[in-house]
Design a protein around this ligand. Structure first.
Ligand SMILES: Nc1ncnc2c1ncn2[C@@H]1O[C@H](COP(=O)(O)OP(=O)(O)OP(=O)(O)O)[C@@H](O)[C@H]1O
Length: 337
């Protein structure tokens, strides 16, 4: 649905050159939710803006639905842009128009017949749950409600793709969850492909099928969310996950534990979460496993269990026990200092 090939973007500010994107290639399939994650300044906004040419790449190719958008003439580009809706962190609503008109006015400007405007505006306000607030002005709405208006406005053009530029970054956790639920419904029930950028791991975990991790204008890793976040390969991805991870134990506690044994982080996926692996380990080897911390991450279609376990015992026995864990269907990471 969206294909970027070797896309680079250089900004010139006075005498300085800023390489915001460096040879970025990625493909978003029809019907999926694809997320790009990275810290501030990684190039995410520039990347998403290259899809609908709010930003023109310095080099490389951008395809939307098979069309090479950089080669499209004005009229064809306008038509292609209709296939692409966009929502932003700052909502971009018309403050002087009420909710209904915020959705209806852009349709009017596009020449959609009046009856169709009414039908679509009502339909999409209903989908985002704002039918009873259609006369309210943006200043009378919460951040989550404003984002719902922006989503209805984007959907009213009946796009094939929705681009989301940090749509939940200004919202509190509960409102973020509700907007993510809405985006999931938009994807599932209306069949709209979603391409989003975010700096929030939670957004990727909750709704994305695939993810790309960006650093300094480059994509350093991409793949399915389960693979990338349970078996991160690149230091940047590991750093992202550990920054967000809830497994932070005080260094004094960690030092004590490492003196008396080894610490392993176990990640359980799917069926492996049902096996009594630690009980088996304690029974088969002369090793005492203690659970130091644990939790479950809910990914879109799968839950992932994580345990931080201390293994105490004779050095050789602990070594054999770690080998046993590696042989199971769990991911084992040794925690050192
Ligand atoms: N219009 C512009 N002119 C000059 N430099 C720009 C412009 N837009 C972005 N940049 C620079 O390009 C780099 C990438 O910025 P970008 O906004 O794409 O990153 P980001 O990952 O979206 O970060 P953030 O989440 O903070 O917006 C930064 O160094 C930024 O300063």
């Amino acid at each position: 649905m969206i294909k970027l090939q070797h896309v680079s973007k250089t900004f010139r500010v006075g005498k300085n050159k800023i390489e915001a994107l460096k040879d970025v290639s990625l493909e978003v399939n029809k019907g999926e939710i694809f997320g790009v994650i990275g810290f501030s300044g990684a190039g995410k906004s520039t990347l998403i803006r290259c899809v609908n040419l709010l930003e023109r790449p310095t080099s490389g190719e951008v395809f939307v639905d098979g069309h090479d958008v950089l080669k499209l003439k004005k009229k064809a580009l306008r038509q292609m842009r209709r296939k692409i809706g966009m929502i932003f962190q700052g909502y971009n609503l018309l403050e002087t128009a009420n909710v209904y008109d915020n959705v209806a006015t852009p349709l009017k400007l596009e020449g959609v017949p009046n009856e169709e405007i009414k039908a679509r505006t009502e339909k999409y306000l209903e989908i985002v749950g704002l039918t009873d607030r259609k006369s309210a002005y943006p200043s009378q709405l919460s951040g989550g409600q404003k984002q719902r208006v922006a989503i209805a406005r984007a959907l009213a053009h009946e796009p094939e793709v929705l681009l989301s530029d940090e749509a939940t970054s200004a919202l509190d956790p509960n409102t973020t969850d509700a907007i993510l639920e809405l985006l999931l419904r938009v994807n599932k029930e209306l069949g709209i492909t979603i391409f989003l950028i975010t700096h929030e791991l939670n957004v990727i975990q909750r709704i994305c099928d695939r993810v790309a991790v960006m650093e300094n204008g480059r994509i350093v890793e991409q793949g399915s969310v389960v693979d990338v976040f349970t078996r991160p390969q690149q230091p940047m991805t590991k750093r992202f996950i550990s920054t967000e991870s809830k497994f932070q134990i005080p260094s004094t506690v960690k030092d004590d534990l490492l003196k008396s044994g080894r610490l392993v982080k176990l990640t359980f996926l799917g069926e492996s979460s049902k096996d009594p692996i630690l009980a088996t380990l304690a029974k088969q080897y002369d090793v005492l496993p203690s659970i130091i911390a644990g939790g479950i991450d809910q990914l879109k279609n799968q839950s992932v269990g994580k345990l931080l376990v201390h293994l105490k015992g004779d050095k050789t026995q602990v070594e054999i026990a770690v080998g046993f864990l590696h042989d199971q269907d769990v991911l084992v990471e040794e925690v050192k200092d």
